[in-house]
Design a protein around this ligand. Structure first.
Ligand SMILES: Nc1ncnc2c1ncn2[C@@H]1O[C@H](COP(=O)(O)OP(=O)(O)OP(=O)(O)O)[C@@H](O)[C@H]1O
Ligand SMILES: [Mg+2]
Length: 271
């Protein structure tokens, strides 16, 4: 396909899994993957309902790569930069995830979002909560900020079915963060977990997800992570295997143990 902006390829900061993400003019080129059709379908849906907080899927370039719009703004690197570790960014992250969920609820994709893979552990989701499609990977490195507020999500490779509470718990895991203090980035060593959870939850709107729902969803999400990550490491290799070899499984187990210890206090403090 022709007609894409031409110009130098600027390497973008690498994440854990996808290699070769570059910027060309006002577009981003990402390697085409078996989830690309699902990503395209979801981004097209978000565009059709006027959701502004995601890139547009533009097609594929002459090398077969996915072409997306580049979203201008600030994205933190890894480890999390001081500005992205402040409490003041959290309400806008919660608000952005809420807006994404509101734009997604009720949408049923016309294709399988992810290729069906026998044996792959499925996410554990709470009984009785409405399913919705979401980006499911709201890490600090996947949120674009402008003027100190979160304005867009990028990196939709993990698009799939979830619920409001599980996706918000996953967001909290990355943004509070919810992990054993041993595993926090240095800039987040002295955080007040309750205060940061409260800011995220208030940004989302706690009428839509209560603190009890959020904490219960965190137990489900954290409990499923070990098997899921190990399966990805064994079957997908690449960055998943590298993360596993670097101790991702231990981090997950420490998180589960830490959360079991602090959960009763969090329940009381957030009620
Ligand atoms: N559409 C976009 N607009 C602005 N910046 C982008 C966009 N896409 C990617 N970036 C920048 O490039 C970085 C890497 O892109 P992306 O998150 O898509 O891939 P990745 O993290 O390498 O993938 P994975 O998480 O699958 O390993 C982002 O953290 C962000 O800084
Ligand atoms: Mg990323």
């Amino acid at each position: 396909m022709d007609g894409w902006p031409d110009g130098p390829e600027i390497t973008l900061p690498a994440g854990d899994v996808t290699e070769g993400v570059v910027r060309v003019g006002d577009t981003v080129r990402r390697p085409h993957q078996d989830t690309s059709a699902g990503v395209a379908a979801y981004l097209n849906h978000l565009e059709s309902v006027g959701f502004a907080g995601a890139p547009r899927y533009l097609g594929r370039d002459e090398r077969g790569r996915d072409v997306l719009t580049f979203i201008d703004g600030e994205v933190t690197g890894d480890p999390v930069e001081p500005w992205a570790a402040t409490d003041s960014v959290l309400p806008s992250v919660g608000w952005l995830v809420r807006a994404l969920h509101d734009a997604s609820v009720g949408w049923t994709p016309h294709i399988e979002l992810r290729p069906s893979t026998p044996g792959r552990p499925q996410p554990r989701l709470p009984d009785g909560e409405q399913l919705l499609v979401s980006q499911r990977d709201v890490t600090p490195q996947n949120v674009v900020f402008r003027g100190g507020a979160a304005i867009a999500l990028i990196d939709f490779d993990l698009v799939g079915w979830t619920t409001r509470s599980v996706d918000l718990a996953n967001t909290a895991m990355h943004w509070v963060p919810l992990c054993d203090p041993l595993d926090r980035d240095a800039g987040l060593a002295d955080i007040d977990v309750v205060a940061r959870l409260r800011l995220l939850l208030d940004g989302y709107g706690d009428a839509a997800v209560t603190s009890t729902q959020l904490l219960d969803a965190a137990v489900l999400r954290f409990g499923a992570a070990y098997d899921s990550m190990r399966w990805n490491a064994e079957h997908l290799g690449g960055g998943w295997a590298r993360m596993w070899a670097a101790g991702a499984g231990d981090v997950i187990q420490r998180r589960v143990a830490w959360f079991a210890e602090v959960q009763p206090d969090l329940v009381r403090a957030l009620r």
